[in-house]
Ligand binder design. Structure first.
Ligand code: ZN
Length: 160
């Protein structure tokens, strides 16, 4: 189990679509544990595999920050997104940027746990936001992509 260093925008691993997991080996479980430890080490409430340089469809989430309450989702599919919620978001891969982002307020996500067992999560509140943010990472999207043109222009110089 180890804490990894983070990848920061504009690192290319953050911009590709991550590869699905097809073999649920102990490597997959180790990556899940590493993601959890790395998330806590950086005081995050979610972390996706591309953020530690792994081109793999896996993320962890834990808005409560309570140990043992972590969610690990492999190969996620968001099959329902309803309502509206706007909250100020940040990202460990985009340091020092905090912006309001519009998201769905309720989502349903299916996927697998690190052993390959199917799971379904119905979420609202902060967990729904974190799930959408982390899911975006696996699609090569960052929260700053969801800002208005004007706000993106304003940030552009800082991100180069
Ligand atoms: Zn992020």
């Amino acid at each position: 189990m180890s804490v990894h260093s983070l990848c920061f925008a504009p690192h290319p691993v953050l911009r590709g679509k991550a590869r699905p997991v097809d073999a649920f080996t102990h490597e997959v479980r180790r990556m899940a544990r590493d993601l959890i430890e790395t998330m806590y080490a950086h005081d995050g409430i979610g972390l996706a595999a591309p953020q530690i340089g792994q081109d793999v469809q896996m993320f962890v989430a834990n808005p409560s920050q309570r140990r043992g309450k972590e969610l690990v989702i492999v190969n996620p599919v968001m099959d329902r997104a309803q309502g509206r919620a706007t909250i100020v978001e940040g990202c460990l891969s985009v340091p020092d940027v905090w912006e309001r982002v519009r998201r769905a307020s309720h989502v349903r996500m299916t996927g697998q746990d690190p052993f390959g067992k199917p799971l379904t999560i119905n979420a609202d509140g902060l967990l729904a936001i974190v799930l959408q943010h982390e899911f975006d990472h696996l699609e090569g999207r960052l929260f700053i992509d969801r800002l208005s043109w004007f706000r993106r222009q304003r940030l552009r110089r800082r991100l180069r």
